[in-house]
Design a protein around this ligand. Structure first.
Ligand code: SF4
Length: 1436
């Protein structure tokens, strides 16, 4: 159809609503003024809904499948319809909302509904947005909001263009995305690099535009508010923006209604990291009323945001709406700014109808208490009841004979009485108050009538006749004593009164709360009465939900309780800090968002009173729901609930009690006698646990009543009653207690009055006297054990024996001191140690040997829903399946305080020999990272993919999805050959093909033969399979995990591991292949390194210089451990490679150390037997002598960035991915970028990916005809950047915190920051483009191969690193310790003078590592064994 030309705004809307003839069209009574109603009436299909009759109730009842509905209304009606708007979900409804109050804060108010939202301030935009709105509503079956400022459009303006609009038909429209629509309208005029951005949500965009240009600010109007993400928004911003001024149209000043808070700000604060990354340091929201001088206003706004101390709640212009602010009570004015957020919302909603009953902000305890407010309410209620009774008595026109229009007055009075008995929503409240005002005016004018005078006695002012929303506002202090406080009286009163309780205790403080008095759960208490409306809200989490709750509460004719969360530490907390605390609390389930509306309960329809608005709830709430028989309904509704319902805050104590009961039960069962002995441990790495467990077993074996528990299980009040107690603790960080001893230690330290005089105790500590080698740090050695011993003595406990201090530096480690300490312990207890069992420790070797070829209890553990974890043994076995059980260490403490176990989740590593991935594989893994992972992908230092954060319940589906792409994760970790790396070699396709094939063949030849992987993950169908053919696909795959057991001669089917045997290798095994001149795989860092020797004339690989015994891992201060560079084994022809490597594996299998995992790598085996003996053994096993080393030249161990064309004409681009973490940030939406490239490749059948061991990604094999398109995608998503400093290009880090369980310090998250600082220093000395290979790890295990870097930072403790220097630029020489235990803030000061010297004294093209060695800053490390030699004394 053609849009009517020369159409006015209302005509345009009427035409748009007719794009589909079956449309239902509604308008509310107030919109009559806009002219829309008369236009609708022309078309004959407009239905008017009365504002006073809850219009959206009617709308919701009529929306449905295949029905397109248009509603035109104004902002107050829309706001008050909020509870209904949830029900529009899934319906094709366009809601046109006239911004008649000129208050644009209503736009973000609806944001949590998630409906597409358009804003139009002129006629052209109305047409454009209106068309899009209908298309979206129909194609996506979703409601769409279209906010239109009618007043901003001149009524004389007409739309004159011809516009052919399709008649949108439901069946014709595919799902529609707003991707290409203009979300932000940018005004031209600002310079290329403006520092300030003005985001305009007001009608003043056109007036601001010339001023913004003058102020060099970039001005944008918000045109489409939803869908929208901050990332998307920031992506479009110039990088120069540092300040953001948001201008929001407002009807009145905000200074008295909640300074500092506005829902629009939440959109920006929601991802504060993104802002920080973009270096945006100021965001200020200013409100504008009616502006007479837009230029002056914008100038003031921009100057304000650029100022040193900007005003947070600037309001410019005149109030547009004047009726409400005068109504505020004194109490509201007194509230502090933070709470003002809630008060603002109340005022926004109830305007003049709000009545706050108590003086919340008043220091006077009486007037702010609920009793005071409730008392006042009851008093007013009794007056009101008397008035109602009197009015009822007066409903006779004869009584008003002297009053003109007596009949009309009686009619009004009877309507007033009805209103006192009804449930009034906000619109009805307004109408009822208009009625009250009308009655009062009549009464005032007729005081010669007796009946009137009787009424006026009880209603001396209009106030007594008015209808109010009555609110008591209080703090969480009201929650401590429900039974005796006014809270109970309100809840049980059945009166129409609302209570807002603001809880400001930050979640992070709850665990530290000193008071033993616990807050009661007012929400549960109130819900128990079944006739109370209850809601739990958080303004900084969901503004929409908060508004809904307020509206529902107010219209509920009975008591309502709204529990509102607003955590802050001090009144000076910024909105950002409050937001962070809120997020933490809501997302962890500490503060669930919900609404309980007794009106909704309907057995017939199955509708329930409880609505959960957040994802996670606590157990106590679940118990309530359970009892109410709602849980089934709820868990059906929210599948994710089931996993979160298991644990609650109170579980911490319950768990302790259960553990103790278990220990007591064991005692009983064993029927032991003798003195009771309680052994407690605190352990991070497991050594202290092992010592304590061993002690316990030995005690039990000679008849002592012994128990062993973690220190966290100690109930302090019980400790005084115990007789003999042994403590074993290791040492964490800088002399801190390990995680599971911290709480006990804090409690013990803080309990000054505890009397332990009846307690006999002993303490054994495990530490490392050299971990902090500086003299001044010596006190960190075994500090927890020493502190504990001292504190127990102070509390009058009696030491059984002196403190035992184990030291890793002793000949046998801590065992040296322990073997002296333990006999003394038994002696002190009067027990003979003779006959005590000497139990062999349970080692990884035992786990493997008893695992039935890597099965263990994995299959059973995966379906155990009582924990997110799997058993310790299975954790080890899972590694062979490519899985690491990890937990988010950032939130470990928080969860512990909640009594929750750590948030265990798997990291899954893919086996990707050669690092090549097809577009399909990429897209599948990218999809999985969202579906079951944490939304990011990691490219590892072994050139493969890792997905993080996968919960146990999703693991099988994840594995099957990975395997559906003919990938697997078998042997991506564990004591076997791991993912095989080959050089990326983008410039030579022919050679790359040969080495990739070699890599694949080796990987397959060394793959474990167990069927456990297939059995556990792939066998049979699975309900979540995306394709029923997966089962067959897994069965028939060529290569990959073995699917069938081996049939033996006796007809039995068994697993056999011809290469590895049943216990596999003593430790991990790695193979890397490179091609000169590149060493991008660090060929000398792995157990087997292969340098391809290529015939330059034919590009045929003639063979490989093979090296053996490289390895990176070591242990701090343990000189028996060291990084090692591979030693030459021989020149091996391609056909012999697999046989040679299998021989090496077999020799390592049979000769590697299996008693000490720290000495188990091939590098130690070779050094123990000497390289010559080892080489001879390999030659003997293969049955031939190997050739001498062939000449080659390596020039770099880095990646080649940028485009390169190979000899076959295909194009390849190496893209920089910082530390391999693929995620979307505002600056770099890299993950999306690669996804788009993969989609393009898939669509065109051109291209694939290659991953590098330096954690970057190659976009490969792009044919010329696709090059421009791929480049355009890469540019759009910032994955084409090669403009990087020399140091950044060649540097890398491992994962480190928070997921790696072994990390002592930050790595991946800190390295980029440090590099920026180092770049500044290098720039200073003119070295920006000089590459320095810098690497960082969170621990000495060496995952990013730091020991081959020119400079390395190896995590030692939180924020503390060892600095290594002198590695070779090509990865050919190991580095050496330069400075130990350096605090992160000191690193730059230490490195700066070194860079300076390098700049001034270097030889031409001399690399930094070589320079440091040449001038004697560091001695060279020529052999791994000697890495600890020649370390300068100044290093410590
Ligand atoms: S080097 Fe250490 S901290 Fe880094 S990923 Fe490896 S084990 Fe974890």
């Amino acid at each position: 159809m053609t849009l009517t030309t020369a159409a006015t705004l209302s005509r345009v809307l009427a035409d748009l609503s007719q794009l589909n003839p079956q449309n239902k069209v509604y308008y509310t009574s107030v919109t009559k003024d806009t002219g829309v109603s008369s236009e609708y009436n022309v078309t004959g299909n407009g239905i008017q809904l009365l504002t006073s009759q809850d219009p959206f109730d009617n709308v919701v009842a009529h929306v449905g499948d295949g029905v397109l509905t248009t509603v035109t209304t104004e902002q107050l009606t829309a706001l008050k319809a909020l509870p209904h708007l949830y029900s529009l979900k899934g319906s094709s409804t366009v809601v046109n909302i006239d911004l008649n109050l000129q208050d644009y804060s209503i736009v973000p108010t609806f944001k949590d509904l998630g409906y597409p939202t358009f804003i139009s301030n002129d006629l052209d935009t109305v047409v454009a947005h209106g068309t899009l709105a209908y298309q979206l509503a129909i194609s996506n079956k979703e409601p769409v909001f279209h906010f239109i400022n009618f007043a901003a459009v001149d009524p004389a303006t007409v739309y004159n263009q011809e516009l052919d609009l399709p008649r949108f038909q439901f069946e014709e429209l595919a799902a529609f995305e707003l991707e290409n629509a203009e979300h932000f309208k940018t005004y031209p005029g600002a310079s290329a690099s403006p520092s300030t951005l003005v985001i305009n949500l007001s009608p003043y965009g056109p007036q601001f535009a010339p001023v913004a240009a003058k102020l060099n600010a970039l001005l944008v109007d918000i045109a489409i508010y939803r869908p929208w993400t901050l990332a998307q928004f920031l992506e479009a911003l110039p990088g120069s923006i540092r300040k953001i001024a948001i201008v929001e149209g407002s009807s009145k000043a905000v200074s008295t209604t909640g300074a500092g808070f506005d829902p629009l700000l939440l959109d920006f604060f929601d991802n504060f990291n993104a802002l920080a990354e973009r270096k945006i340091d100021q965001i200020i929201l200013s409100n504008v009323g009616r502006l007479s001088d837009a230029e002056a206003a914008l100038t003031q706004i921009v100057n304000n945001v650029q100022g040193a101390a900007p005003e947070q709640s600037l309001y410019l212009g005149e109030d547009i709406c004047s009726s409400s602010t005068a109504e505020y009570s004194e109490a509201i004015k007194n509230v502090i700014n933070l709470e003002a957020a809630y008060i603002k919302v109340l005022n926004q909603l109830f305007d003049g109808n709000l009545n706050v009953l108590n003086e919340y902000g008043n220091e006077c305890i009486n007037t702010k208490s609920p009793e005071y407010g409730f008392g006042a309410f009851l008093h007013a209620q009794s007056d009101r009841e008397a008035l109602v009774a009197q009015v009822k008595k007066s409903l006779d026109p004869a009584l008003f004979s002297t009053v003109p229009g007596a009949n009309e007055l009686v009619k009004l009075l009877s309507q007033w009485v009805s209103s006192t008995e009804a449930q009034l929503n906000e619109a009805q409240l307004n109408e009822a108050n208009d009625l009250a005002q009308e009655i009062y005016t009549i009464l005032q004018g007729n005081q010669d009538c007796e009946a009137v005078l009787e009424l006026l006695k009880l209603a001396p002012s209009v106030e007594q006749l008015l209808f109010r929303s009555h609110w008591l506002i209080g703090s969480d202090a009201w929650s401590y004593d429900l039974g005796n406080s006014g809270v109970h009286h309100v809840i049980t009163s059945k009166k129409n009164i609302n209570m807002l309780i603001i809880d400001s205790e930050p979640y992070s403080e709850v665990a530290k709360r000193e008071s033993k008095v616990h807050k009661k759960n007012v929400g549960l208490y109130a819900m128990n009465f079944h006739d109370v409306y209850v809601a739990s809200v958080a303004v900084y989490s969901s503004y929409t939900q908060l508004l809904t709750a307020f509206i529902e509460a107010s219209s509920f004719n009975g008591p309502s309780v709204i529990l509102a969360y607003l955590p802050y530490h001090s009144e000076n907390d910024t909105a950002l800090e409050v937001l962070k605390e809120t997020k933490n609390a809501v997302e962890s389930g500490y503060w669930p968002l919900y609404r309980y509306d007794p009106r909704k309960e309907d057995d017939a329809t199955g509708e329930i009173a409880f609505t959960l608005d957040s994802a996670i709830i606590k157990k106590e709430l679940q118990t309530f729901l359970d009892r109410e028989n709602l849980l089934t309904l709820l868990t059906n509704q929210y599948a994710e609930l089931s996993k979160n319902l298991e644990l609650s805050v109170s579980d911490a104590i319950t768990r302790k009690q259960e553990n103790r009961a278990k220990a007591a039960y064991t005692e009983l069962l064993e029927g032991l006698s003798g003195p009771p002995l309680h052994i407690y441990y605190a352990s991070d790495g497991g050594n202290a646990t092992a010592v304590a467990t061993k002690l316990c077993k030995r005690a039990l074996s000679v008849g002592l009543k012994a128990t062993v528990l973690s220190m966290d299980d100690i109930l302090l009040e019980d400790l005084a009653g115990e007789e003999n107690v042994i403590f074993v603790t290791s040492t964490a960080g800088q002399g801190e207690f390990p995680q599971d001893g911290k709480t006990f230690w804090e409690e013990l330290k803080g309990s000054n009055d505890i009397d332990l005089s009846a307690l006999n105790f002993a303490v054994f500590g495990l530490g490392d006297s050299q971990y902090w080698p500086r003299k001044e740090d010596a006190h960190y050695f075994n500090k927890p054990a020493k502190d504990l011993f001292g504190r127990l003595e102070l509390s009058a406990a009696k030491p059984l024996i002196p403190l035992g201090l184990g030291d890793d530096q002793d000949a046998d480690g801590f065992q040296t001191a322990y073997s002296e300490w333990e006999p003394k312990l038994w002696e002190s207890l009067g027990v003979s140690a003779e006959g005590m069992i000497e139990e062999k420790p349970w080692t990884n070797e035992d786990i493997k040997a008893t695992s039935d070829f890597l099965r263990g209890g994995l299959a059973e553990g995966l379906v155990d829903e009582s924990t997110l974890n799997i058993s310790a043994d299975d954790t080890q076995l899972a590694k062979f399946h490519g899985l690491y059980m990890q937990d988010d260490r950032d939130i470990r403490e928080t969860r512990k305080a909640q009594g929750l176990e750590p948030l265990y989740a798997f990291m899954a590593r893919v086996r990707l020999p050669g690092g090549i991935a097809t577009p399909d594989q990429w897209l599948t893994l990218d999809g999985l990272s969202d579906e079951t992972g944490n939304g990011t992908m990691k490219i590892t230092t072994r050139a493969t993919f890792q997905l993080h954060g996968i919960f146990k319940k999703d693991m099988k589906h994840t594995m099957r999805t990975i395997n559906s792409q003919l990938l697997d994760s078998l042997a991506a970790a564990g004591d076997v050959n791991r993912n095989l790396m080959v050089s990326a070699l983008p410039g030579n396709a022919k050679v790359h093909k040969q080495i990739s094939q070699m890599g694949y063949n080796i990987s397959e030849a060394l793959l474990p033969n167990t069927t456990a992987y297939y059995d556990i993950w792939l066998k049979g169908p699975d309900a979540r399979d995306k394709d029923p053919n997966w089962e067959k696909l897994f069965q028939n795959r060529q290569g990959g995990p073995t699917t069938k057991k081996t049939l033996l001669a006796d007809n039995s089917l068994v697993d056999v591991e011809p290469l590895y045997g049943p216990v596999y290798l003593p430790r991990k095994f790695k193979v890397n292949i490179t091609v000169p001149p590149y060493n991008d795989v660090d060929v000398w860092s792995s157990d087997i390194g292969m340098i391809a020797i290529v015939d330059p004339a034919t590009d045929i690989v003639l063979g490989y210089n093979m090296y053996a015994g490289g390895g990176m891992g070591s242990t701090h201060n343990n000189k028996k451990t060291y990084a090692r560079r591979g030693s030459f084994l021989g020149f091996i022809e391609p056909n012999d490679c697999i046989q040679v490597i299998q021989a090496v594996v077999a020799i390592q299998r049979d000769n590697g150390c299996r008693s000490d995992r720290k000495h188990a790598r091939l590098k130690y085996t070779i050094d123990d037997m000497s390289i010559d003996v080892f080489n001879a053994k390999v030659e003997e096993a293969v049955g031939k002598k190997f050739g001498p080393e062939r000449p080659f030249e390596i020039t770099s161990n880095c990646d080649y960035f940028g485009w390169i064309k190979d000899e076959s004409g295909m194009n390849h681009f190496t893209s920089f991915v910082e530390n391999g973490r693929l995620l979307d940030t505002p600056d770099k939406p890299q993950r999306t970028g690669f996804k788009k490239v993969a989609e393009y490749m898939k669509e065109t059948g051109s291209g694939d990916f290659r991953l590098t061991g330096n954690q970057h990604v190659l976009i490969c094999n792009i044919a010329d005809e696709h090059l421009d398109n791929v480049k355009a995608i890469m540019k759009k998503y910032c994955i084409d950047n090669t403009d990087l400093s020399g140091i950044r290009k060649v540097s890398s880090s491992c994962v480190g915190l928070p997921t790696c369980g072994l990390a002592f310090s930050e790595s991946e998250r800190y390295m980029p920051v440090l590099l920026t600082q180092l770049e500044d220093v290098l720039e200073e000395y003119g070295l920006r483009h000089d590459a320095v290979v810098a690497r960082m790890t969170g621990c000495p295990n060496g995952c990013s191969r730091p020991y081959l870097a020119e400079i390395a930072f190896i995590g030692k403790a939180p924020n503390t690193y060892n600095i290594m220097l002198g590695g070779g630029y090509y990865g050919e020489r190991l580095n050496k310790l330069y400075k130990a235990s350096v605090k992160d803030e000191d690193i730059v000061d230490i490195v700066r003078p070194l860079f300076k010297r390098w700049a001034l004294e270097r030889n031409e093209d001399e690399h930094f590592g070589d320079f440091c060695v040449r001038v004697g800053i560091i001695k060279p490390t020529l052999e791994g064994r000697l890495i600890h030699e020649d370390v300068s004394e100044d290093a410590y």
